[in-house]
Design a protein around this ligand. Structure first.
Ligand SMILES: [Zn+2]
Ligand SMILES: [Zn+2]
Length: 324
């Protein structure tokens, strides 16, 4: 069969139009894709260079003592690459605020601790942190409360708070909602208590200041209560940003089984976890340390301020280029 010449010419013209369309549509997209990737790689390289400088300030995880978290819970840890592969929760234009939801009553000093914790969270994550209108204890029904069978204190069920109190009330623009209570928490059968708990993919967490000491007792107790509260708060928000427990270094993302262990836990992130946070939130480490240092000086957290000072100093040192 002979195909007429005009049909062949039309087909060629049509094919040429298709070829050009594909070329001019795909090329800019491919360009943007590779440009984006290169920018990501460049900023990751710069971030790596900064974080490498911080290594001497950090201590590898000490072997757990009997009763410590890692002696009971055998956790695998989470490398930076594993973190990326989990497609972490990140802030977006729509999810841009961290909320604190007070539950039940607080003393004046405890309220002050909450306000300062919100300030610290905002500096730590470089996002607005807002305190929601407190909820009364009546939002927790009898089935989610108990008196501890041997210790005798009142406790509320952390999983009920996460699933039934916080998640249904989560504001639309909430990157994370953290419930905070002065009543002790327990997470269910087989547990005595928990300092805090977060849901890795629901963007809600809860923590209690019950075991943080009485901030009304003295200035020192106020300082201690604040320190313990901010440690738990940033730990739980870290989980909400898909960060798992750290097993590499002494780090605020270490799991903790008892008061002594969580008091030993530092207030800061180790190099592995810092890289996750800075990547996730697009934060520059020196700028962040400056803000955290000011907060700690203002609130008598001298040891913590000193760590941030040292970090700022070490980050400002230029590493000589060995090829010049
Ligand atoms: Zn944890
Ligand atoms: Zn860590």
């Amino acid at each position: 069969m002979i195909i007429p010449r005009w049909i062949l010419q039309k087909s060629f013209r049509l094919l040429e139009v298709i070829r050009r369309t594909i070329f001019f549509t795909l090329m800019p997209l491919l360009f943007l894709y590779f440009k984006g990737n290169t920018q990501d790689q460049m900023s990751l390289k710069l971030l790596d260079e900064k974080i490498t400088k911080l290594h001497p300030l950090h201590q590898r995880k000490i072997s757990p003592q009997p009763g410590d978290w890692l002696s009971v819970h055998h956790e695998p840890g989470q490398s930076f690459e594993e973190y990326l592969s989990e497609k972490p929760i990140r802030p977006t234009e729509k999810l841009n605020t961290i909320y604190i939801q007070p539950i039940a009553d607080f003393s004046k000093s405890q309220q002050k601790v909450i306000e300062l914790t919100a300030e610290y969270i905002s500096l730590y994550f470089n996002l607005p942190a807002k305190i929601l209108t407190p909820l009364p204890l009546s939002v927790i029904p009898a089935k989610a409360r108990r008196t501890h069978p041997s210790w005798g204190m009142n406790q509320i069920l952390s999983t009920y708070i996460l699933d039934e109190v916080l998640r249904p009330r989560r504001p639309e623009n909430a990157l994370a909602v953290l419930g905070l209570t002065a009543i002790d928490l327990w997470p269910g059968r087989g547990w005595n208590f928990v300092f805090g708990q977060a849901s890795l993919y629901d963007r809600v967490g809860v923590w209690s200041i019950y075991r943080n000491g009485d901030p009304d007792e003295s200035e020192e107790m106020f300082r201690l209560c604040l320190l313990r509260t901010i440690k738990t708060a940033v730990h739980e928000i870290g989980h909400i940003l898909t960060m798992r427990h750290c097993i590499e270094y002494e780090c605020v993302m270490n799991g903790s089984n008892h008061r002594e262990e969580s008091d030993k836990r530092p207030v800061y992130l180790c190099p592995v976890c810092l890289k996750k946070l800075c990547w996730n939130l697009g934060i520059d480490p020196p700028e962040r340390y400056n803000k955290l240092e000011s907060f700690c000086i203002k609130n008598n957290l001298a040891k913590e301020a000193k760590f941030f000072q040292k970090s700022i100093r070490i980050l400002s040192i230029e590493i000589p280029n060995q090829y010049h």
